[in-house]
Design a binder for this molecule. Sequence first.
Ligand code: PMP
Length: 285
Amino acid sequence: MKIYIDGKFFSKEEATVPVFDHGLLYGDGIFEGIRIYNSRVFKLREHLIRLYDSAKAIFLDIGMSIDHMEKAVIDTVAANQTRDGYIRLVVTRGDGALGIDPSSCAKARVIIIVGDIQLYPEEYYEKGISLIISSYRRIPSDCFDVRIKSLNYLNNVLAKIEARQAGCLECIMLNGAGHVTECTGDNIFILKNGTLMTPSPLEGALDGITRRTVLDLAKSLGITASETILTRFDLYTADECFLTGTGAEIIPAVAIDKRIIGSGTPGLITKKITEAFKTFVGLTV
Ligand code: PMP
C-alpha cells in the first residue's frame, strides 16, 4: 500500500500525521470517498469539484490546483496498481498551535489513501436492510451546511451508534422541521406510485455523486424522479426505498421503524436502477 501525503508516498506503517494537525485536533478539514471501477476513477472531476467547493466554504487553501490534485489521485491509484477499489482523499488544515484559530496553520495537508471498502455485507444487497429514524436531527445549515463534506462527522457517528444499538446497519436523519434529509453515510430515495423521490440537499443532505448518477439513470430509464420534501409518513408508506453512496452503491431498504416497505423485499424499480448503475460503472458487461 502506497499512501500519498503532501507529494510523497509512504507505506501504511510510515503514513502518519503529527498530533498538531488541526484535522485531528478540531476536525478541521474535508474529505472525499471515491470509487475505482475497472482501473478508472469514477466521476473524479465531480468529486474534486465538491472537494474544492467544501474548501472554499471553510476558507481552506488546498495549496494545489484541481488539475494537480487530479494528477495526484491518478498517480496514487497507479502506484497502488488498483483495478477496483476505494480512494479516501483527505485535506486537513495542517499543523498549527494548540488553539482553534486556523491562522496558525501554515499549510494544508493532503492525504490520498487507496484501499478497499465494504460498507454492508453482501447478503443485504439481496434481501435489503432495515432502518430506523434517528433521534439525532441533522445539523441545520445556519449552524453548519452539511453540503460541506467535512471531517466533523460526530452528528452522523452518534446516529450510527443509535442505529447499531437498535440492531440496524443504518438510520435516517430528519432536519429540525421533521423533513427527511439523508442517512449517516448515504442519500435516500423512495418510490411512490411510480415516482422516484429524494430530498433536496437544501433540506440538509450531502449532494451525493451516486445520488446524482441515480437521478440521471432514472431519467434515461423513463422513470419520473423529483427532489421533494419528505416526512416520516412518506417513508412509512413508500412502495420502495433504497440508499445511495460511493461505498454502499445502491442498497435496498425493506423496513423503516418496523413498518414493512412494499412487499418487504427489494422492489422492481430498485432492481432496475441497480442493474443500470452496475452497467454504467462497468460492473456488468
Ligand atoms: N451522505 C453522507 C452523509 C455521506 O457521507 C455520503 C458519502 N459517503 C453520502 C451521503 C453519499 O454521497 P456520495 O454518493 O457522493 O458518496
